[in-house]
Every structure is written in C-alpha cells, then in structure tokens.
Design a protein around this ligand. Sequence first.
Ligand code: PLP
Length: 374
Amino acid sequence: MPRPIQATIHLQGLRHNLARVRRAAPDARVWAVVKANAYGHGIERVFDGLRGADGFALLDLAEAQRVRDLGWRGPVLLLEGAFELRDLELCSRLDLWHTVHCDAQIDMLAAHKTNVPHRVFLKMNSGMNRLGFAPEQYRSAWTRLNALPQVDEISLMTHFSDADGPKGVAEQMAVFAAITRDLPGERTLSNSAATLRHTHGGAHADQPLDPLVTSDWVRPGIAVYGSAPDFPEHSVAHWELQPTMTLAAKIIAVQAISTGATVGYGSNFAAERPMRIGVVACGYADGYPRICPTGTPVLVDGVRTRTVGRVSMDMITVDLGPVPQSGPGSEVTLWGRAASGALLGIDEVARSAGTVGYELMCALAPRVPVEVAD
Ligand SMILES: *Cc1c(COP(=O)(O)O)cnc(C)c1O
C-alpha cells in the first residue's frame, strides 16, 4: 500500500476564485499567474480549472512551452522577459509576449532576427526596486523599443510592493500615471492584493479608487490559489476564496502517554496530563514546514486540533484529545478541505510557520501523490 498521504487539487476552487477575481475587476482581462509550476499545484493539473482566463503569465520558458503543449493558443506572458538572445527565438516560435525591464533586453530584441514582430510589456520600476526602468528612463526606453522592427505593440507594466499592506499603491500609481499619461498601449499593474483591495469590485470602498489599477489586464496569482494576499488582516472567507489545494494524510499509530512524557526529537513537548498522540504520515520531506511549533492547527476527522512536538522528516504528532473516536486510519488534514467539508486555511498554517501561503503551496514535495478533483 502506498504511504497514506495525498494532495488534492480542486478545479472547482480554481474556477470559483478566477470568477471572484473577475468580479473585482470586471472590465479587465485576467492573466492567471502560473509561475513556479502554478504555485506548486502543477500547470497541467490546474489548466482545466484556469482555461477561462484570458492569458497565462509565468517566467520560465520551459513552463511556457508546457502551456502551449496543453493546446493553449491564447496569450502567454513572460513576466521577466528573455534571459538570453536565444529565448527570443522561442518567443517567436511559441508566440510568447514578454516583459522588457532593462536595456540589455532591448539590445537582444534589436539583435533578434524575426519576421514576426513581438508584443512586449515595458516594465517600469515605480518603487519596488526589483525589475524595470527607472521612471526617468522609461520614456526613452519606450521610444527605443517603438523604433525596432522586431516590436509590435508595446504595453505598459509595473508591479506594486505594498498592495497587501498599509502603505498601499497610491505612491507607485502616481509615479506610473505621471510618466505614462500620454503613452499609447494597454496597462497592467495589479497582482492579487491590488486587484482585491484597491478596486471598485474589491471590498475596500474606503480606498481611493483609480481605474488605472485594473485598467486592461490584472495579474492575480495567490488569490486564484485560494490564499488571502493580506492574511491575517483578511481571511479567504472575507475575500470569498476557496481552497485549491488540500494536503491530507492518515494517522499511522497512536501513543497513549502519561503526564510528563515527551514527544518526538528534542523532547520539546511534555504532556501536562495523560494524552493520546496521533502519529501522522506527513513530515517536512512532504513539504510540511519543520519550523511549525507545537500548537499549529490541524484537522483530525475534520475536527480542529494541534500538532505537538517537532515535525520530523516523515511524521508529525498531533493531540487527539478533541477527537476521542479517532485512531489509526483517521483522516488528517494539514491544510485545505476535510472529507466532512471542514476547512483549514493554508494561511493559518503558514502563519504558524512564520511565512505565507505562497511558500507552503510552492513547497509541496514531489514525493506526495497528487490527485485532481473536480
Ligand atoms: C507573481 C507575480 C504576480 C502575482 O502575484 P500574487 O501576489 O500571487 O497575486 C503578478 N505580477 C508579477 C510581475 C509577479 O511576478
């Protein structure tokens, strides 16, 4: 029998979340961001749930090839553009749209031999200070690009550093708007947090509303995968998002321990009363964070309880106190949806680990079997 651990990808959840994002930005087209193998879900696995998107955005050329291999003929955008000249040959061959964020990429385009001009997204560094042209260099980059026979349409792009937090997007919006005001072309600015928090269709009616936020294309990733971009300020329930990944395992052993007995490596948990401890077939080699302390939430048979002691490579240990009827074979939900319908948000587990839902879903280990459910 295979080890009793499994991840499930929920296509209905993906469809629901995509529709939810559309409601927030009803006039924009939607890039479903599927970088990092669809945030750990698997590009091939999510495709059927996300084929209602207007395009797929990612940054690895091999992943772009996989999207084309699935039969997708619509837009595909490379969020970091070409890394070397020959990447542009693949862009020509697969009809990939690509970001241009630096002079070297304009040089590559100028050197690229093609009779199919490329659609490019010129990226401005409006304050994130990661990729993009400085505002004062942006217009000359646009002029240079516009003069190249290799370039077809130029779209305008930036990325927010603080759409999920108190600083918000206003400063970067102002920089972007001032520089691009009279430039033609479609605009794309917003990730999940900006799309949900800073739009007419989002829940923050008190935020300044600027149609530029969702002008032509939005670029949601994490919201599509059912994690709240601004947890714990808001939960997935607040944003009406559904889980798209469940990680579940089973109890493979039970220990009845007495007061003072310890559990696991380092003996860092000691029972304060007699306890039943469930040993679960999931550990850090499956992608469950080793750093999760005693008290991390977990569902056993759909009932909320907690981990106790250290996470080891192949097992974790949980308090069966709240679930007296449980035993070997009982279902354990590490995150996602239990058979009973009970939910444990990936964001809650991520917070216990001092990280974000993104990191947990991306870290699902290759050894975990994955099933796709409708
Ligand atoms: C990853 C990424 C996104 C999606 O961000 P989320 O926070 O997951 O919505 C959007 N735009 C760019 C440029 C990205 O790299």
